[in-house]
Structure formats: structure tokens, C-alpha cells
Design a protein around this ligand. Structure first.
Ligand code: OGA
Ligand code: MN
Length: 295
């Protein structure tokens, strides 16, 4: 199957020419999509019509193991009956808009902080695939930041100083910074994970800064020094020229590489308008299919 990618931003993010991903089963096309991910880090596919099952199957075909140890599963079960399907919506199990003081809503609001998906787990998240099912009549965009460009545009001396640094990521940490409270039992189940501050994509050899609002401290630095460095890097990585803002259309299906990008939801009046999205995230496991083969 032949198709092309059209750039949406000078540095990264591209839109694929029309293609029904439910029908993509051949290795050649799947590999073209992986190559597109290596190059653009965010891919937009229009007019997709996945059922939940089809979205799970496609994610597995493209990238292998699925992330199921989500943060929200510690608070409540997925209304879709499979923790691999993350409900990125502002409605309850009956489809009613969440009240302002709903715990699910307040937990989800932290998606408005810059983050990567599943950096607080080991193995971490690799690709996320978000399907837009119902959109509000007002803008409710998602922004992406290119973390390869963030790394590339650091001074050489700064780059050298980041080598080997290890960062603790916790989903509870990013929520607590907004005032969200966890029970002792929930906190026990959300211990987080340690990740390198700089990642290397084994397929491309490109490096990226691996940051998120879940990043609570640098293990190899005193706490305030580490937190200040993380804040400086976050500021550097989210300069407007490194950010692509996606305005959703109904049927949009967006895949992003969590190793190469951060993202955040932009604010809208979520207690008035419904917005329903469904996400599947794969795990950054060393699946041999994912390592570039010598030619
Ligand atoms: C996500 C996410 C942002 C948004 O699905 O992981 O952060 O705009 N979504 O809903
Ligand atoms: Mn997210």
C-alpha cells in the first residue's frame, strides 16, 4: 500500500494520506508507519472508525505489548472492560458529563500538564494512539513538543552534564502538584519508576530529552538542584517553536512516540461540553521487530 506523509510543523508531526488502518495488516505498510514515527514522532490519520477491539488489535500489530498498569486503574476500573483502553473523556459510566468535583475529572485534568504517557512504569510507554470519538463545539486541542529538537538545541556542555542522569517519575507526583489527594493504599500502588534523562532511539540513533511533569527528582542530584534543572529543561523543551498544536477533527487518530515527544491537553470548558477520546499505549520493550534490520 502506498501512502505519504505531509509535514504539519517545520520540525516534526505529519499527516498521513488517506488510509483505513483497520485494513493495514501487511508488514510493509506497518513498517512504513514505524519509519514515519521514527522521522516525524507524531502522525495524524484522518477519518478512522475503530471499534475498541480494532484499536487494540491495530496497536498490537504496529508495536507489540500493551500498557495496562495505568494510573487511573488504581482509582477505578476502566468502563471499557480492558485496562489497555484508557478513557480520556469527561463523562461517567452512563455517559453523563462529570461534575466539577468528580475525582475522575480532577485526576484527568492533570493531562493539561506537559507529560509523556507511562513514564512512571517499567517498561515505559512507547507509542500512544488516541482516537477522537466525540468532540466539543469549542477548541479542545492537544499540544506536542519535539523532545529530539529539545535535546539537539542544548549547548554541548549542557548535553555532557546530562549523561547518565536518572530521574524518578511518579504519576502521583504530577497530580499532587495540582492538589490531588491519594489514599495511603493508592500511593503504595503508585510508586513510580526510574528513567534515564536522555533516551536514544535504537532504530535511528537520535537522542531525546525524556521529561514529564511526573518527573519528581533526579536521583544523582540534591533534590532542589535536580528539580531546578528539570524545570529549566522543561522550559527549554516547550518553547513555542518546538510545539505543534493539534486541532482535532472527528475521526482523527493520532499516534505519538512518548520517547520523542511530550504532550498536554489545552483547557476548555469541560463541565459544559463532552469530549470523548480513547487511548491505547504500547510498552517500550525490546521487541526484535522494532529494531532496524541491517540491509
Ligand atoms: C492522553 C492525553 C491529551 C488530550 O490521551 O494521553 O494526554 O488532549 N491526552 O486529551
Ligand atoms: Mn497523555
Amino acid at each position: 500500500m502506498t501512502f505519504a506523509f505531509h509535514r504539519l510543523h517545520p520540525r516534526f508531526a505529519a499527516e498521513a494520506s488517506p488510509l483505513d488502518l483497520r485494513c493495514v495488516h501487511d508488514d510493509e505498510t506497518l513498517e512504513r508507519i514505524r519509519e514515519g514515527m521514527d522521522e516525524h514522532a507524531v502522525l495524524v490519520f484522518r477519518d478512522q472508525a475503530f471499534s475498541s477491539e480494532e484499536q487494540l488489535d491495530f496497536a498490537t500489530r504496529l508495536d507489540g505489548d500493551l500498557h495496562r498498569k495505568t494510573g487511573i486503574s488504581v482509582l477505578q476500573e476502566s468502563r471499557f472492560g480492558d485496562e489497555a483502553l484508557t478513557d480520556v473523556s469527561n463523562v461517567d459510566a452512563d455517559g453523563e458529563l462529570l461534575e466539577a468535583d468528580s475525582r475522575k475529572r480532577q485526576y484527568g485534568l492533570a493531562n493539561r500538564l506537559w507529560h509523556t504517557d507511562a513514564s512512571f512504569q517499567d517498561p515505559r510507554g512507547r507509542y500512544s494512539m488516541l482516537a477522537a470519538l466525540a468532540l466539543p463545539p469549542v477548541a479542545a486541542d492537544t499540544e506536542f513538543a519535539d523532545m529530539r529538537a529539545a535535546y539537539d538545541t542544548l549547548e554541548d556542555e549542557t548535553k555532557a552534564g546530562l549523561e547518565g542522569l536518572r530521574v524518578h517519575h511518579s504519576i502521583a507526583y504530577s497530580r499532587v502538584t495540582l492538589g490531588f489527594e491519594f489514599s495511603e493504599e493508592e500511593s503504595d500502588r503508585l510508586k513510580g519508576a526510574v528513567q534515564p534523562l536522555v533516551l536514544n532511539n535504537p532504530r535511528t540513533g537520535r537522542r531525546s530529552l525524556y521529561l514529564a511533569s511526573h518527573a519528581s527528582r533526579i536521583l544523582d542530584r540534591p533534590v532542589p538542584d535536580g528539580r531546578l534543572l528539570l524545570r529549566d529543561l522543561m522550559e527549554h523543551a516547550t518553547r513555542p517553536e518546538l510545539v505543534y498544536r493539534h486541532t482535532w477533527r472527528s475521526g482523527d487518530f493520532v499516534i505519538w512516540d512518548n520517547r520523542a515527544t511530550m504532550h498536554r491537553a489545552r483547557a476548555f470548558d469541560d463541565t459544559r461540553h463532552r469530549r470523548e477520546m480513547r487511548r491505547v499505549t504500547t510498552l517500550d520493550t525490546g521487541d526484535p521487530a522494532r529494531i532496524a534490520q541491517p540491509v
